[in-house]
Design a protein around this ligand. Structure first.
Ligand SMILES: C[S@@+](CC[C@H](N)C(=O)[O-])C[C@H]1O[C@@H](n2cnc3c(N)ncnc32)[C@H](O)[C@@H]1O
Length: 248
């Protein structure tokens, strides 16, 4: 190939990727290496237990991955988060990662339409001694956010908000969360690479649910990139997570 006749540097890059990027995640084996070398050996016992319980659940593909859990824990500690929110709990893997990372007096307002799945993981969260940090609200998150916005004391009160729920509402969440997160605080939107479908042609074969949410995710990605109230960083961790730091 013509590229292979170019300089060593260019040849190295072109061997990694047809579009010349330097992303390190070139193979499943490399991902496995990350998990086995740096994630699983440091995963708290309770999170491993919750991961094992979740693996037996029929919707287990929804769970946050272990490397993303580790990433969230590190981020929360780096920003000294104390008051946090999570939209989309499922069995609670990211919730437990958050609860373990927060200080003793840290708080998480956790919302999900499904209490049953949350209760599957709850005994592990209780055993880990962090359940007191969690206030779980069953039901759709949007009305709760609207109610909170009526209370001025809630404005700018969150250090960190993790959104991992109905992708067709992410834009609606963002419209509200931007006022609830403090200036300097962070909102993390999960699944912003949506199974890689965001980079696929519109007519490419995809599973039905991937196709349905794809446009919503792409619309969100454009809206976040254009929002002057935030700084953003899209990371290829898990299914893609976009961090938004509120600046005004
Ligand atoms: C991808 S899962 C969350 C995974 C979770 N963060 C974890 O670590 O396992 C998405 C969750 O969003 C919840 N959900 C869907 N629509 C919602 C809504 N309108 N409000 C709150 N939660 C919602 C679903 O019930 C589901 O449990």
């Amino acid at each position: 190939m013509a590229e292979e006749k170019q300089t060593t540097t260019t040849t190295t890059v072109s061997r990694h990727s047809e579009v010349g990027h330097k992303s390190l995640l070139q193979s499943d084996a490399l991902y496995q290496y990350i998990l086995e070398t740096s994630v699983y050996p440091r995963e708290p016992e309770a999170m491993k237990e919750l991961r094992d319980i979740t693996a037996k659940h029929p919707w287990n593909l929804m769970t946050t991955s272990a490397d993303e859990g580790q990433f969230l824990a590190m981020l929360l500690k780096l920003i000294n988060a104390k008051n946090t929110m999570e939209i989309g709990v499922y069995t609670g893997y990211s919730l437990l990662a958050t609860a373990l990372a927060l200080p003793e007096d840290g708080k998480i307002l956790a919302m999900d339409i499904n209490r049953e799945n949350y209760e599957l993981g709850l005994p592990v969260i209780e055993k880990a001694g962090v359940a007191h940090k969690i206030e779980f609200r069953e039901g759709p998150a949007l009305p709760v956010l609207d109610q909170m916005l009526e209370d001025k004391a809630c404005h700018g009160s969150y250090d960190f908000i993790f959104v991992d729920a109905d992708k067709d509402n992410y834009i609606n969440y963002h419209k509200r969360l931007i006022d609830l997160v403090k200036v300097g605080g962070v909102i993390g939107y999960d699944n912003t690479l949506w199974n890689g479908s965001v980079a696929e042609p519109a007519d490419a074969p995809m599973r039905k649910y991937v196709r349905y949410y794809r446009d919503f995710v792409m619309e969100l990605n454009k809206a976040l990139a254009a929002d002057p109230r935030i700084e953003i960083c899209m990371l290829p961790v898990g299914d893609g997570i976009t961090l938004c730091r509120r600046i005004s």
